[in-house]
Design a protein around this ligand. Structure first.
Ligand code: TMP
Length: 206
């Protein structure tokens, strides 16, 4: 089992705690003897880091489809240079955000056509899908307090936008219940990690 590569993604609205959970999962899997690569979108490394800078800190107007294409460009680079080779080498890729972020943020949040975004996601990834996806679901009010007052361009999009993003994630999970597992992230870090581990162990033992 340890030689089979997996691609696991961590999703949710800003402030949901997914980065903390993805780091805990990385350590948990490494302690079990798996080789793990932790990565993120946007901006894993190299060119992607420049794209992340533009996406999160450019302070002029950005057309919604320009925003979508920048996330997709980062993804195409990421999948080809990092995710695909790591999974092929039998590693577990733990990825903080991926395709579902585009559907939740640019689709449900910004209102871009979800069918088109799915098509573009497939183009960017060569139709490679995560084996397992966690959605950390937290009330928008709690999430906003966790984000704090220093917000980047996406975090500054407003509470109504973030409510739509949250609902978008729940809709995605409803549509793909086999792949996408929702974890209640209103709880403490320890409790959320317990719930996450249960899902992860069930996935690894199947
Ligand atoms: P992060 O701070 O969790 O790394 O995420 C960066 C921001 O980019 C976050 O607000 C979500 C947003 N995002 C999108 O809007 N679409 C996407 O496809 C991705 C990957 C992230």
């Amino acid at each position: 089992m340890k030689n089979k590569g997996y691609f696991i993604t961590f999703e949710g609205a800003d402030g949901c705690g997914k980065t903390t959970q993805s780091e805990l999962v990385q350590k948990y899997l490494e302690d079990k003897g798996f080789e793990v690569v932790w990565t993120r979108e946007p901006g894993a490394k190299g060119l992607g880091q420049n794209i992340r800078q533009l996406l999160l800190h450019y302070d002029g107007d950005v057309a919604p489809m320009c925003e979508a294409f920048l996330f997709l460009a980062d993804r195409a680079q990421h999948i080809e240079h990092l995710i695909k080779p790591a999974v092929a080498a039998g590693k577990i890729v733990v990825c903080d955000r991926h395709t579902d972020s585009t559907i939740a943020y640019q689709g449900y949040g910004r209102g871009e056509d979800i069918g088109q975004l799915k098509y573009l996601n497939n183009l960017a990834t060569g139709a490679i899908k995560p084996d397992l996806t966690f959605v950390f679901d937290v009330s928008t009010e709690v999430a906003q307090t966790r984000v704090g007052s220093e917000k980047d361009r996406m975090e500054s999009a407003g509470i109504e936008f973030h409510k739509k993003v949250r609902q978008g994630y729940l809709e995605i999970a409803k549509q793909e219940p086999e792949r996408v597992k929702v974890v209640d992230a209103n709880n403490s870090i320890e409790k959320v990690f317990e719930d996450t581990k249960k899902i992860l162990d069930a996935f690894l033992n199947q």
